[in-house]
Design a protein around this ligand. Structure first.
Ligand SMILES: NC(=O)c1ccc[n+]([C@@H]2O[C@H](COP(=O)([O-])OP(=O)(O)OC[C@H]3O[C@@H](n4cnc5c(N)ncnc54)[C@H](O)[C@@H]3O)[C@@H](O)[C@H]2O)c1
Ligand SMILES: [Fe+2]
Length: 410
């Protein structure tokens, strides 16, 4: 393959890598929880999780470990998929104050994000909505930068330990959280280093029971994170290396994890791939696949990874003129490139590889198949245009562009 992936000139490059949470990657890492709580000077624990994770027996396993260590523990298992502001309030009420408290987030992105918001809510004045980012559009029809920040900044947060049980969002790597404002049916964000987990325990054994559909949607979320981080307008050579390895791992192991869920090797490789993708997008940002996916989750109540899977090939096609050489490298990482083909052909092969992966893991769906109709279009376009992940997309998009991409995905 003739690769013109630009030989990065480092002379005037500038990037800052912020400290990452301490990460423990090993089967059985959950057993470290009590010791980690004590390290954070915790005397009591609030486990934040959801009904599915609880039904899988994972929160019982965790509370037994914490009880056996003599720490006081309570469980809030009321997190909904695409967690709402009301979930945050209920979780804060369940905490019984912040004194001596450590929050342990056990679950997928929904539980981890909700836990971050609870950690913020417990020790800052006023409703959590005031600490959220909900950008609005300026006169030009694009995001008004003045609205891309929260009304209030938090001054502290309850310490947090993250234990992911899906391999997808990589919420354990960052201080960001996605919430749903149920009054507007819209996704809004928190983002602050104060709620970045102090420790992340990556224990692939906890993901063995994740059913095929969420395994597939979460894996495609991870693939989208890595692809968007590798092609955003904020790429760095540092995040490039991490993103490419994440693409390789997810590409190689996702089908096995979906088809043979008990395969610990596949589960571990996927968990690591998801985590690395999160590290990469924490540095380089995401892009408009997330901006177009979030409204589909909010309006049509679909799994995050499902909406991304539907939109990713279309968004890659749109960004293609700006990122041809990088998509060719994505194809190579997915094993879909042919050395005898030119760069443009290989770049298009990356789109084909993403579509083939969606088919292979059984989640190739159109927006119509998710229950969307043309009635939803104006709301979807408006929400996508005001989603802050739009800001890192490599090619600026107008509302007409966004409408066309949605229509193509119908
Ligand atoms: N903070 C971030 O950086 C970030 C990044 C991407 C997405 N998100 C957000 O994360 C949310 C989605 O998270 P998700 O995709 O991990 O899904 P999720 O947390 O909603 O979980 C999906 C389903 O899987 C079940 N489940 C989880 N682990 C299980 C296990 N081990 N065994 C059996 N069942 C299990 C849950 O009960 C739930 O029903 C969305 O709100 C999305 O916007 C956040
Ligand atoms: Fe995501």
């Amino acid at each position: 393959m003739a690769s013109s992936l630009e030989a990065t000139t480092l002379g005037d490059a500038a990037f800052v890598i912020r400290p990452l949470p301490e990460v423990v990657f090993r089967a059985g890492a959950i057993a470290e929880t009590p010791a980690r709580v004590r390290q954070l000077d915790g005397r009591r624990v609030l486990v934040v999780t959801d009904p599915g994770v609880a039904a899988a027996g994972l929160s019982d396993r965790l509370t037994e470990l914490i009880n056996a260590d003599g720490l006081d523990v309570s469980v809030f298992d009321g997190v909904e998929p695409n967690p709402t502001l009301a979930n945050v309030t209920s979780g804060s009420e369940a905490a019984g104050g912040s004194d001596g408290l450590v929050i342990v987030a056990l679950g997928g992105g929904s539980s981890m994000d909700c836990a971050k918001a609870i950690a913020m809510d417990l020790v800052n004045e006023g409703p959590i909505r005031g600490y959220c980012i909900a950008a609005s559009l300026g006169e030009t029809g694009t995001i008004d930068p003045a609205t891309a920040a929260p009304q209030h900044q938090p001054t502290s947060a309850v310490p947090l330990i993250a234990i992911p049980t899906t391999s997808g969002t990589a919420s354990e790597t960052n201080g960001s959280g996605v919430l749903t404002d149920e009054s507007e049916n819209r996704k809004i964000f928190i983002s602050n280093p104060l709620v970045r987990p102090a420790v992340s325990l990556l224990d692939a054994e906890l993901t063995l029971g994740l059913p095929p559909y969420p395994t597939a949607t979460c894996g495609m979320d991870a693939l989208t994170h890595a692809t968007e981080a590798f092609t955003s307008n904020r790429v760095t050579p540092y995040s490039d290396a991490i993103a490419l390895q994440a693409i390789r791992l997810v590409g190689q192991w996702l089908p096995t994890a979906v088809n043979d869920g008990a395969n610990l090797e596949a589960r571990a490789q996927l968990l690591l791939g998801s985590h690395l993708a999160g590290v990469a997008f924490g540095i380089a940002g995401l892009g408009m696949c997330h901006a177009l996916g979030h409204p589909l989750s909010a309006v049509l109540h679909q799994a995050h990874g499902q909406t991304l899977t539907t939109m990713l090939p279309h968004v890659m096609g749109f960004n293609m003129p700006e990122r041809t050489s990088r998509y060719a490298a994505v194809a190579e990482a997915l094993g879909a490139a042919d050395a005898s083909d030119d760069e443009a052909t290989n770049a298009r092969a990356a789109i084909g590889a993403v579509e083939a992966m969606a088919e292979r893991v059984g989640i190739a769906r159109s927006i119509s198949e998710m229950g969307g109709s043309s009635d939803h279009l104006p709301e979807l376009v408006h929400q996508a245009m005001s989603d802050v992940t739009m800001l890192a997309n490599p090619r600026p998009a107008s509302s007409d562009d966004v409408r066309a991409l949605y229509l193509a995905a119908f």
